[in-house]
Design a protein around this ligand. Structure first.
Ligand code: ZN
Length: 374
């Protein structure tokens, strides 16, 4: 329901004829129109403040059926005597022109005000302080992963990833670690109850060696970054989870020289051109021969210091030539193929290279610690 006007339009005048009003001369007609015009001006000033009231006011004056202008046409112009008709017509046209001009002016004002209000609502206050979002850096572990990946991608390896929940077959058996093999003692892990065949959290990234060779014929050149799990009691250098990068290269003509050359290339890329490499005999169920890869201490350069326990050497990772028995699990021809594999502890490499003494520091997400490795 439209709001009621404070002043009813002057229908008391326009509902009567000019003859009723006693306006019988052009002068009287002119004066009567002046009176109507004055009323319009007064009322438009009163009703223009509120847009809703204004709309009702406009209809009251210009409405086709009972607006003031229509009533003037019906009651004043149409029944006017021939002598007055010309004067009434002229005055009516002048009044219409005046009213239209005022309404148009008001329409422009209302639109401008609405525009200003919208702009005020949408205005951005540049003096307000902004919302600061703290941006971090890559985590030291992530950085080390990327560094290792860069080194191996440069010599033709590609990156593959695999499931962290594995079957015992891929984690142990196919890697030449049968059920009662003593190597399983060092790789005690978490078993998931209620799964068919007993699922476990993988103890190394090596299952992806098997999964990759099952899927593709040789040659294979892959590295496998990822999380691995052991049932270790947490201390300064152990946790229930750590990160590994597995490497595998298999082809028809890979020799121990290729293995050693690749290892030496890696050590120089990772620790600097002066770093020397040493291989020590070791044992892993899925490589034969197996080796521990040592490098000259990056802190003292080999002369001996606390970091290398005054030996001049630091242990980097385990590696070796792939045991031919492994090829049997993936239907590779052990007589024609050879290759090498390695498994690096990424946390260990990061701690060693960047001088981090405690493993837990890597997982506490303390920005004061992490900011030291931009
Ligand atoms: Zn040293």
């Amino acid at each position: 329901m439209p709001p009621r006007l404070k002043t009813v339009p002057d229908k008391w005048i326009v509902e009567q004829t000019l003859a009723d009003l006693g306006d019988t001369t052009p002068e009287r007609v002119e004066a009567r129109f002046a009176e109507v015009r004055q009323r319009f001006d007064e009322q438009s000033a009163i009703h223009s403040a509120d847009p809703e009231t204004w709309r009702t006011f406009v209809v009251a004056w210009t409405g086709r059926k009972s607006g003031v202008l229509s009533l003037i046409t019906d009651h004043w112009l149409k029944p006017a005597s021939p002598e007055l008709k010309r004067a009434v017509g002229q005055e009516l046209n002048k009044l219409k022109a005046h009213i239209e001009a005022v309404l148009e002016q008001k329409r422009i004002e209302i639109e401008a005000a609405a525009e200003r209000a919208a702009q005020a609502r949408e205005r951005i206050d540049l003096s307000l302080p902004g919302i600061e979002r703290a941006t971090g850096t890559r985590h030291l572990i992530r950085q080390t992963f990327e560094e290792l990946e860069r080194i191996f991608l440069a010599i033709g390896f590609s990156v593959v990833q695999g499931p962290e929940i594995e079957s015992p077959y891929y984690n142990f058996e196919a890697l030449n670690i049968p059920e009662h093999h003593p190597a399983r003692d060092n790789m005690d892990t978490f078993y998931i109850e209620g799964t068919r065949g007993g699922r476990l959290l993988r103890t190394h990234t090596s299952p992806m060696q098997i999964r990759t060779m099952e899927k593709q014929p040789p040659p294979v050149r892959i590295i496998v970054p990822g999380k691995v799990y052991r049932r270790d009691n947490p201390d300064a250098t152990h946790g229930y989870m750590f990160h590994q990068i597995e490497g595998l290269a298999v082809d028809t003509d890979i020799t121990f020289c290729d293995f050693k050359g690749t290892v030496e290339y890696f050590v120089r890329e990772f620790l600097g051109p002066k770093a020397k490499t040493r291989l020590r005999p070791s044992y892993f169920p899925f490589t034969e021969p197996s080796a521990e890869v040592d490098a000259t201490c990056h802190v003292c350069g080999g002369s001996g210091c606390r970091v290398c326990k005054f030996s001049g050497w630091i242990e980097l990772f385990g590696a070796g030539m792939v045991d031919p028995a492994v090829y049997g699990f993936v239907k590779y021809d052990a007589k024609k193929l050879s290759g090498f594999a390695f498994g690096m502890g990424v946390d260990r490499l990061a701690m060693m290279k960047y001088g981090v003494s405690e493993l837990p520091l890597l997982y506490q997400n303390d920005v004061r610690f992490l900011r030291q490795f931009p």
